[in-house]
Design a binder for this molecule. Structure first.
Ligand code: B12
Ligand code: SF4
Length: 494
């Protein structure tokens, strides 16, 4: 059997990091871990190929080669997924689809032969048995959230690592919180399940054996969702790093209550966590309460961010505008918070009702849903009737983006972040960040010569070199990221 894995194209968004990846000579930020995991569950003797359409074009010859096609998608990839399914069906191929989009949008499924709803650890073996008997069904719906002991180590070798700026692993699925807008808890549940320490370390061994060095994204919904287990894992992770010459720098996602646990922060520091993405959402307490995000109202969020930064981790964060409780001055409050928190990469989005979430159900009951969500919360489209006037909300949103990604403002935040985040231990691995001579040369030419904001770049560069020489590589990455965000904001028009 020849199996072709296809990962459809993303739109060009904040999360594509497209404008920054060019400096590194990479095509995409992360490999499609869902497909790498599915591949590891298929019979060893099957031949495999992966086409990540964010890395290269899907060619007719790829489809012709295959006996069966497996595709995975998030909601933002649905149009591309539909085209892929069409192309493969037109060539008479058996097509199997799964992943978060398919799992939450059961009413609008692509015209595939087999559809996997939910996680595949228990349903895929069943499908393989049915397929062999010629009795494979159309829909395989996971009836339970599988224990992660069943999750195999992903087939890392399937991905062409040179094309990605980071590799991914997963330690847990699910999150104990109950944020109203979140679909994670609908797809992966509210009881965080973790892999064993042994599983994690052997995945890291496998990744290291592929030759990968540098950033590893632990893609958990909330890395500290199961604190007890994570505290057991981290000492082993730190020891593994030491034994292997600290080959990886970790990046992960966590809830803000991480700041309350200095023991945990210290363990993360020792294991070489360098970046953490937090769901801050808003500094407005009423909006946090409305979103059922009580974990963000337990203390001063600016202090929480500072505490995490002081443990050597750059904080990245998500922010949302469009809550019913947002006051008239929400835009200024968001801008001030982002400025004071020294979070260079602030992913600000408009509230979106994703399918099958508590928010979706409430708005439906209130008759306020207008359209399906595109999954893209930065394209200025609203899919429900907002309390604030929609035009004002979108204009305010754009004003936040223009302000926080204005060059001077951004570079100031980046410098403040460099000041706050100590560089513990050895300087970042030369593979991890934009420290290669070629990348720095590309940045210097693009941002320091060709770009109209070049004076701001050189001002940043001078400070970064004078005050944070040991963090040169990090500062170059931040400059590249700032450029990416600014390019996207320019698309909104001045
Ligand atoms: C890493 C990640 C990213 C990476 C993408 C990396 C990549 N190349 O995949 C980045 C940072 C780029 C990203 C971006 C975004 N993401 Co994202 N992301 C994730 C995250 C944290 C982990 C994905 C992952 O690797 N999971 C691990 C694998 C093992 O899990 P899995 O994919 O679910 O696979 C299992 C099953 O689903 C199934 N399966 C999966 N595919 C297939 C295929 C077949 C054929 C079969 C049989 C089974 C199967 O088998 C696997 C094992 O059980 C998830 C959350 C999550 N828990 O998954 C969100 C998530 C997928 N992202 C999401 C969203 C919304 C986004 C953004 C739109 C965010 C935004 N607001 O802008 C952007 C869009 C990107 C863009 N450029 O426009 C949503 C998707 C919602 C939806 N219903 O589709 C999720 C669920 C999180 C969330 N609620 O915010 N994301
Ligand atoms: S903390 Fe994050 S993952 Fe957990 S429920 Fe809230 S939004 Fe979802």
């Amino acid at each position: 059997m020849k199996v072709l894995f296809v990962y459809p194209e993303f739109p060009d968004t904040y999360w594509s990091f497209r404008h920054a990846l060019k400096f590194e000579g990479r095509r995409s930020a992360f490999p499609p871990l869902g497909l790498l995991t599915v591949s590891a569950m298929l019979p060893k003797e099957w031949e495999r190929r992966l086409v990540d359409m964010n890395v290269r074009r899907l060619k007719e010859a790829d489809i012709e080669w295959a006996d069966i096609v497996f595709a995975s998608a998030m909601i933002v990839q649905k149009d591309s997924l539909e085209r892929v399914v069409e192309m493969c069906k037109a060539r008479g191929k058996r097509v199997v689809v799964g992943g978060p989009y398919v799992s939450t949008s059961a009413e609008h499924l692509p015209d595939a032969d087999h559809i996997f709803v939910g996680e595949a650890e228990t349903t895929l073996p069943e499908f393989l048995r049915d397929l062999e008997r010629g009795e494979a069904r159309r829909v395989y719906q996971a009836t339970e959230k599988p224990a992660l002991a069943l999750a195999p180590a992903p087939d890392f070798r399937l991905a062409d690592a040179k094309r990605y700026s980071a590799m991914s692993v997963q330690y847990s699925r699910g999150c104990p919180f109950s944020c109203e807008f979140c679909d994670i808890i609908e797809i992966y549940g509210r009881v965080p399940r973790t892999k064993s320490n042994q599983q994690m370390l052997s995945e890291l061994d496998a990744l290291r054996t592929t030759g990968w060095r540098g950033t590893v994204f632990i893609v958990d919904d909330n890395f500290i969702g199961n604190k007890k287990n994570v505290k057991r894992l981290l000492p082993d992770l730190a020891a593994w790093q030491e034994r292997n010459g600290r080959p990886f720098e970790f990046l992960t996602e966590a809830s803000v209550n991480l700041a309350d646990d200095e023991g945990l922060l210290e363990l993360m520091r020792r294991a070489n966590f360098r970046r953490v993405f937090l769901g801050i959402e808003t500094p407005v307490v009423e909006s946090l309460k409305e979103a059922q995000k009580g974990q963000n109202t337990r203390g001063d969020m600016l202090d929480s961010v500072k505490k995490i930064q002081s443990y050597g981790m750059e904080v990245m964060a998500g922010f949302i505008v469009g809550f019913d409780s947002d006051p008239e001055d929400i835009f200024e409050r968001q801008i001030n918070f982002i400025r004071e928190s020294a979070i260079p990469l602030a992913m600000v989005g408009l509230l979106t009702a994703l399918p099958d979430t508590q928010l979706w159900r409430r708005l439906k009951k209130e008759g306020r849903l207008i359209a399906e969500s595109s999954g893209e919360n930065t394209n200025c489209e609203l899919n429900f009737v907002t309390k604030m006037d929609a035009a004002r909300l979108v204009e305010g949103y754009k004003a936040i983006m223009r302000t926080v990604y204005n060059s001077r403002e951004y570079y100031q935040r980046a410098l403040e972040c460099l000041r706050r985040v100590p560089q513990d231990g050895p300087a970042p691995n030369k593979h991890t960040v934009l420290s290669g001579t070629l990348a720095v040369a590309r940045i210097a030419v693009k941002l320091g010569v060709l770009d109209r904001e070049r004076r701001e770049f050189w001002r940043f560069f001078t400070h970064a070199v004078a005050e944070h020489r040991e963090k040169f590589a990090v500062s170059m990455r931040l400059a590249a990221m700032g450029y990416h965000f600014r390019k996207l904001v320019e698309a909104y028009g001045e």
